[in-house]
Design a protein around this ligand. Sequence first.
Ligand code: ADP
Ligand code: ZN
Length: 604
Amino acid sequence: MAQPARALELLNSVFGHDAFRGNQTEIISHITTGGDALVLMPTGGGKSLCYQLPALLREGTAIVVSPLIALMQDQVAALTQLGVKAAFLNSTLSAPDAWEVEQSLLKGELDLLYVAPERLMMPNMLQLITRSNIALFAIDEAHCVSQWGHDFRPEYLQLSVLHEKFPDVPRIALTATADPQTRGEIITRLALQEAHVFVSSFDRPNIRYTIVDKQDSRKQLMRFIQEEHAGESGIVYCLSRKKVDETAAWLTLQGVKALPYHAGMEASARSTNQARFQRDDGIVIVATIAFGMGIDKPDVRYVAHLDLPKSIEAYYQETGRAGRDGEPADAWMTYGLGDVVQQRRMIAESEGSEAYKRVCAAKLDALLGLAETAGCRRVRLLEYFGETGAAACGNCDNCLDPPQTWDATEAAQKALSAIYRTGQRFGAMHLIDVLRGHTTQRVVQCNHNQLSVFGVGCDTDDATWRNVFRQLVALGYAEPDHEAYGALKLTAASRGVLRREVRVEMRHAVTRKARAQKIRRVIVDGAVVAPDAQLLDKLKAWRYTEAQAQSVPAYVIFHDRTLAGIAAAQPQTLDQLAAISGIGAKKLERYGAAILALLQGAQN
Ligand code: ADP
Ligand code: ZN
């Protein structure tokens, strides 16, 4: 069979998928015919197949270098379920177990071998490789070679040895980190100058971006979970450890299965929580950004930010952990004046050089631009990563529910005057009292009821004023005073507004209507069908028992999408079952009868 036809045949029979995605076909063909490649694809784009299929198509064993020791076992379990001969070598294996894996490698019994980078570089491992038949080297998470990135792994720097020692074995390096600087570092440090670079679009069309005005963020989060994601897996990011603990405890009180995760916890508690999140159904993990690289869960249905990240890169990486399986998922964030003030202060108080602070400030400004835009969020995100010309997406809050903008020049002028007349020593709360004409104790004490600005904003409500101050700071017309906690002061740009030389456009706060919980719909024989909810619950219960018995994560048995497909199509025969996406030959053989019996039982 010609190679492309054989690749498609294996995709169907082993992996149970109908067609390749994006540029998977070209990448697989390039590697299979012996070329080197650098693959840049967003999280969830389908990188694994780009080396797993060539591993099956080429003679010998594919060596997969991966820094994520904690995940190797799950990756190997998932492949074993598909009937692929896979194993791993890392420090968690006992010496006799490792010896056995090495023997299988020598005998040519393995399709894929996952190895930690430090292990691969040991002299006896390199010797073992010399004596074995190697199909290819896959270097996963290739951005770990970047000394400037936060995932830097020094052992990755030595991986160029592979090219020197085994010049005839094709290499494929893969990463979801897009920026040109990291790309350049990967090429030089891994000696991939000859490699073909495959760049995919960084769009994640199944993720819906939403940024809401922060009011009571916990309650907003609770409503979001209840209304849109009850019982589903999600990640909630907070800035501080304390807030992580408090939020997890609060969610638990509200009846949500929530667990905390941060660097201040004991290592054992942390890894227990991570393992439960990875393996069980419907766990919510509340975490600081320390919770990152070790997660490879395909069915995370939402990522919620209770605090503002530092940059668009960080936001995109964190939100990218939602919906890796391609099913609808949400990236949801609450954002308010406090976030802007806090991030600006953190930059001002950081230890870095002036140049470093300028870079940080510019990155924060780009993120604030995203948060304040009235246009499509996805267009804005893609533009930031250099993909221009995208059309409005129809799957972000601004597309679905376009915010109104208003001419806020006069309001901005009043707000800035209030800052100026009160001596640039007060925060937004007090300034709003002055503008609204509230005679609070503090207003009276400071004689601020005598000022010309006192009460000039009485016809505008508090919420709108909070919005005005937030946008003034986000747009750079006012800034937090780093000497006086919480106080706002004027900037060089304020003058233009005070003199009415610039027009200030702001967006109205949007009060969103509740959105219905998304019902997964599946295409059966060309028609769109909603899965039977009761049947889906039964299938999930069956999957849970099966996963527990084999001690593997639930998604390793079947993905949500596959269960939804079964609950929609309700197949009667093994052939009909095999037609559902995600059911390859091995899984049909192993689980087919049990599923058909379950479906029949449910009908009687
Ligand atoms: P990445 O490593 O790029 O984050 P994965 O390789 O884990 O992504 O793939 C993400 C998800 O997409 C997995 O659930 C995988 O089974 C699925 N997938 C990948 N390629 C295809 C395809 N051609 N058809 C259907 N599903 C696919
Ligand atoms: Zn949009």
